[in-house]
Design a protein around this ligand. Structure first.
Ligand code: PGA
Length: 250
């Protein structure tokens, strides 16, 4: 049985004051009987604040990016070891905003995935097609290619300790969610692609859905057999919404 995960992605939002209030509200409302796991991925400067608020609580924390390099002359970059020092469990890699706005290629994303695992972080590998790609019928090729780049470079065993997040680019921050059936189709494809290389790892890997998940649509999405939770952007910035989604995950 795969343990569900609901992970917040705050993106470039927050302040010390706002985060403090948000984290307290989320901790306050976390269902004590929850079987699933939840986490928040915060901007780098707030990792210490997340650790201070969340250490010893059921809410895990993580970063949204890391460098593919271990250290060196890479001004402005942050290494996996630095992130790990703040007690993070997770780190997002290859979010579509990183791919589209910062030129992260499949090869760079795969290198970041490996850099995360080298320091004991669990990468949440984000994959997903654009609207144009969906409309021209190449979703399976795009998503499969993004996944294969990591499988080829890191090997299927690496997926045993990782999470995949399917986030159709056209659903991110748009209010337009993939239907549960649309999402399920891609999730099954992702699991199948891993299973071809290792049945056990395919069966065990958690595949999250992301893109305009709200308390109102979460339960329906999470009821699909291959959807193991969510990666939550906008709705993770309001405690009531995030908690509604956490509750929907059971
Ligand atoms: P959204 O973002 O929930 O605001 O659509 C999801 C994400 O980008 O991770």
């Amino acid at each position: 049985m795969r343990r569900r995960l609901v992970a917040g992605n705050w993106k470039m939002h927050g302040s010390l004051a706002a985060n403090g209030a948000l984290l307290l509200d989320v901790l306050d409302g976390l269902p004590s009987e929850a079987k699933g796991e939840c986490a928040v991925c915060v901007p780098f400067p707030y990792l210490a604040q997340a650790r201070d608020h969340l250490a010893g609580t059921p809410l895990a924390w993580g970063a949204q990016n890391l460098s593919e390099h271990a250290q060196g002359a890479y001004t402005g970059e942050v290494s996996g070891a630095m992130v790990a020092e703040f007690g993070c469990r997770y780190v997002l890699v290859g979010h579509s905003e990183r791919r589209a706005l910062y030129g992260e290629t499949d090869a760079v994303v795969a290198a970041k995935f490996m850099a995360a695992q080298r320091v004991g972080l669990v990468p949440i590998l984000c994959i997903g097609e654009t609207l144009e790609q969906r409309e021209s019928g190449v979703t399976a090729d795009v998503v499969g290619g993004q996944l294969d780049a990591v499988l080829d470079m890191a090997g299927v065993e690496a997926l045993a300790n990782a999470v995949v997040a399917y986030e159709p680019v056209w659903a991110i921050g748009t209010g337009r969610t993939a239907s549960p059936e649309q999402a399920q189709e891609v999730h099954a494809l992702v699991r199948g692609r891993v299973s071809v290389r290792s049945e056990a790892i395919g069966a065990g890997i958690r595949v999250l859905y992301g893109g305009s998940v709200k308390p109102q649509n979460a339960a329906e999405l999470f009821s699909m057999p291959d959807i193991d939770g969510g990666l939550i952007g906008g709705a993770s910035l309001a405690a009531a919404d995030f908690l509604g989604i956490v509750r929907a995950a059971g």
